[in-house]
Design a protein around this ligand. Structure first.
Ligand code: FES
Length: 110
């Protein structure tokens, strides 16, 4: 059974970290909401494999337009997770598929 989350739980033009059960594993996920669009990535930096956030739910840089890794400052595009700056430039966050259902969404790991 997939976990359902409310879209309204993600701040508009903001982000949130979630822990999602996937089989026996607990997967940490970044959700970013920009206008009517929602993006999801695995919360794992391609540089060293650590989570991107030091402070819960803080994934965006000061401009609010890029995802930032708190360890070494890599910057990723929100729309596709592509790293434009930092030690893992040219690599990508792992995107996750979302199924939007009405006011909610679930993360599809298939
Ligand atoms: S661990 Fe993310 S930039 Fe180094």
């Amino acid at each position: 059974m997939k976990e359902q989350f409310k879209i309204s739980s993600i701040p508009e033009n903001g982000c949130k970290g979630l822990s999602v059960k996937h089989g026996m594993d607990e997967i940490k996920v970044i959700i970013v909401r920009q206008g009517t669009e929602i993006y999801a990535y695995q919360n794992t930096c391609p540089h060293t494999g650590v989570n991107l956030d030091w402070i819960p739910d803080q994934f965006l840089d000061i401009s609010g337009k890029l995802i930032q890794c708190s360890t070494h400052g890599a910057l990723f595009q929100i729309t596709d997770g592509y790293c434009i700056s930092g030690p893992c430039a040219g690599q990508n966050l792992r995107p996750l598929k979302l199924n939007i259902k009405g006011e909610g969404f679930e993360i599809d790991f298939s």
